[in-house]
Design a protein. Structure first.
Length: 264
């Protein structure tokens, strides 16, 4: 049987990735619609949509990939459900906080990588740059990272997947393609999250800017309408990309499995 790769969109930034023999969960948030999550400094947001799956519905996991420690990416339901022994790969800042809660966390500085091998397959996770807020505001927010997942089978590159994390668009993100090579697929965090009028995640325009900069073969938008702080609808991003003749976009349906390989 030929190893395959696929993604299941659970909600917000939570996806289930099956890359051959490896199974990875990103940014776990399993609270129901109507639940509130705290974002720090007294700010909070309410969830609008139920996740497509519960943690109990998931297969056995090899790891959790956590872009940063915010309530809409690692909520109370996830904290209660995740075994403390399940490896979490995240930022060094989040690692320190998670270890104080007895979770098994590894923090990756930007451009550092970790590898896992099994049955002739390799999964490499590299931490990529990201900025959650504009200017000095970024220092008040949790550190955030993008991630590059590279999957190999018998020494052959099968997939190079970029997960943006909650970064804003900045031209220096072009270094990702320069250093890492062509990107097969990109899971892009959108939503145009705003607090006190400040943009904290990419809106339609910035998302299209990054898609044009990275030029992935496949762009998969996530993190765009699950919480009330998200102000930029997915339709605006799709229109912006269409206006720029960016044709790599595929909309993921919640709860459905979508193939990531082979990527045309």
């Amino acid at each position: 049987m030929t190893p395959d790769a696929d993604v299941t969109f659970i909600g917000n930034a939570t996806v289930l990735l099956r890359l051959g023999t490896f199974t990875v969960l990103t940014d776990p948030a399993f609270g129901p619609a109507g639940s509130r999550v705290h974002l720090g400094y007294g700010a909070w947001t309410r969830r609008r949509k139920d996740p497509a799956m519960a943690y109990a519905d998931l297969p056995s996991l090899d790891m959790v990939l956590l872009s940063h420690l915010h309530g809409d990416h690692f909520d109370r339901a996830a904290r209660r459900a995740l075994p403390s022994t399940l490896p979490i790969v995240t930022t060094p800042q989040a690692q320190r906080r998670l270890r104080r809660r007895d979770f098994t966390a590894t923090g990756l500085p930007t451009w550092d990588a970790r590898e896992w091998r099994r049955d002739g397959q390799l999964l490499r996770v590299t931490a990529l740059p990201g900025r959650h807020g504009p200017g000095f505001v970024d220092r008040l927010l949790p550190d955030v990272m993008g991630s590059l997942l590279e999957w190999e089978v018998d020494g052959e590159q099968r997939l190079r997947l970029y997960i943006t994390g909650d970064t804003l668009y900045r031209p220096h993100l072009g270094e990702i393609r320069e250093r890492c090579g062509e990107i097969d697929a990109m899971l892009i965090h959108l939503g145009g999250t705003r607090l006190l009028g400040l943009l904290l995640t990419m809106d339609a325009r910035q998302g299209a800017d990054l898609t044009g900069l990275i030029r992935p073969r496949l762009t998969l938008p996530i993190h765009y309408d699950d919480y009330s702080v998200m102000k930029s609808p997915l339709s605006d991003f799709l229109t912006e990309c269409d206006n720029r003749s960016l044709t790599s976009i595929q909309v993921l349906e919640r709860g459905r499995v979508a193939s990531l390989s082979p990527v045309a």
